[in-house]
Design a protein around this ligand. Structure first.
Ligand code: LLP
Length: 425
């Protein structure tokens, strides 16, 4: 259920008029619905029902600390892929015993930081990483709980850039190497195996790749059992897809209903790491039309959001629905919706039929809760935009629009170039 709906021709987020937020906070602005986010988290949580499970929200999807706190208060664990994401999770109050650290390139410093905070699990992606984890843990007098990330070589049938569970991808280890890693771990004194991990890719719409991969995972678990290595946690990663346009993703109930029979009697705890599914439908990006420009072959609606705010269309050719935030009349136009930036890729929609908006009107780019703000940048020296969280009939700024000074906050002019930067105004 998403809580963005029209009332009397005006787009509301829960009980707040999106236009009011845009007027008060300015644009571009990300607007999130707390209710929608929690509802989606609950869908995954409830689908596992009586099967012991832990839902670790994938922080990369949306890492605003208020969103993390919202989920932490709701009982969520966190899946992190960097020291920064771990820092954010801890600042949000996440229980370290519900944190999984994934990623192919954990540095020594990141391992130290995570071990000092006694996180629950490291998903290890290579033998050298396992050896390093053991060394780092040993130097700190700690023991690291780990899961090897299995690369099951399964095609999740999604965009190539977000496919991670095939043999050609850099992620995880093939089944034989996975077994070897656990064998090797027996000789290491500061790492202890507790689980096995996988993540197939993102925006997956069918249960089939999961079933195939879980079967491969269980075959590995059985081999490990024969070797005397007991696995208590099956981490199935994230990946559940959403409707951006006309996809027909299976629901959480359908997907988990398919996986459950394979795992429910094993006496293990399931970990899932949904990101997009939890926050994707819970956010929009509201932008103001600056100009409508009639070209010789096309019409362009130029808005004040850019690819620095939402890069998915430019990076993946991703489709996001675009709606007018208020009724501007029955007339429709066909236009490219473009940002102000200096690249032709700075395009949110091509030849899209949209209401006949004019300068000053607002457009809402939908399904922008996931991989939107968290992938934003300051390219073209555009300060990062504001973020607002709606709960019921109230809204709260959860990230202030960055200032021009913020742009320069870590920059410095060396002496040989003359005058230093003036003190911040
Ligand atoms: N766990 C691991 C280890 C991951 O690498 C990811 C996402 C997730 C969980 C969460 O996956 P989700 O449930 O969100 O599909 N920027 C891309 C998506 C990249 C996903 C990367 N890994 C996009 O905008 O489509």
């Amino acid at each position: 259920m998403d809580m963005f709906d029209f009332k009397n021709g005006r787009l509301f987020c829960e009980d707040v008029d999106v236009n009011t937020i845009a007027e008060q906070v300015g644009t571009p602005v990300f607007i999130y619905s707390a209710g929608t986010i929690l509802d989606h988290f609950d869908k995954v949580d409830r689908a596992w029902g009586e099967v012991p499970h832990l839902i670790c929200y994938a922080v990369k999807a949306n890492s605003n600390v208020a969103i993390l706190r919202l989920l932490v208060n709701h009982g969520a664990g966190m899946e992190v892929v960097s020291q920064g994401e771990l820092f954010r999770s801890l600042q949000a109050g996440a229980d370290p015993q519900k944190i999984v650290f994934t990623g192919v390139g954990k540095t020594t410093a990141e391992m130290e930081y995570a071990l000092r905070h006694d996180i629950f699990l490291f998903a290890v992606e290579s033998l050298p990483e396992l050896l390093r984890l053991n060394d780092v843990a040993s130097a700190l007098g700690k023991t690291a709980r780990f899961a090897v990330r299995l690369n099951p070589d399964v095609d999740p049938h999604t965009h190539a850039h977000i496919t991670t569970g095939r043999a050609v991808n850099k992620f995880g280890l093939d089944p034989d190497s996975t077994i070897e890693a656990y064998k090797r771990a027996k000789e290491l004194s500061n790492v202890v195996p507790v689980g096995i991990h996988m993540h197939l890719g993102s925006q997956i719409v069918s249960g089939r790749p999961y079933i195939e991969a879980v079967q491969k995972m269980l075959a590995v678990v059985e081999r490990l059992d024969q070797l005397g290595t007991k696995i208590e946690y099956l981490d199935l990663g994230g990946g559940m897809g959403l409707i951006y346009r006309d996809e027909q993703p299976c629901t959480a109930d359908e997907l988990i209903g398919e996986i459950k029979p394979l795992v429910k009697d094993l006496g293990m705890t399931i970990i899932m790491e949904p990101g997009r599914f939890v926050v994707g439908n819970g956010g929009i990006l509201v932008t103001q039309v600056q100009y409508v420009k009639e070209g010789p072959v096309k019409r362009f609606v130029v808005v004040d959001a850019g690819m620095n705010d939402l890069i998915r269309p430019a990076l993946y050719g991703a489709y996001h629905r675009i709606l007018s935030t208020r009724n501007v009349g029955p007339e429709m136009i066909v236009a490219d919706v473009v940002g102000p930036m200096c690249e032709s890729g700075d395009t949110f929609a091509k030849d899209r039929r949209i209401p006949a908006v004019r300068s000053g009107d607002y457009l809402s780019i939908m399904t922008a809760g996931a991989y939107a703000s968290s992938m934003s940048s300051e390219y073209n020296s555009r300060p990062k935009c504001a973020e607002v969280l709606v709960r019921g009939d109230q809204f709260f700024t959860i990230r202030h629009r960055a200032t021009l000074d913020n742009l320069l906050c870590n920059e410095e002019i060396p002496d040989f170039l003359g005058q230093p930067l003036p003190e911040k105004t």
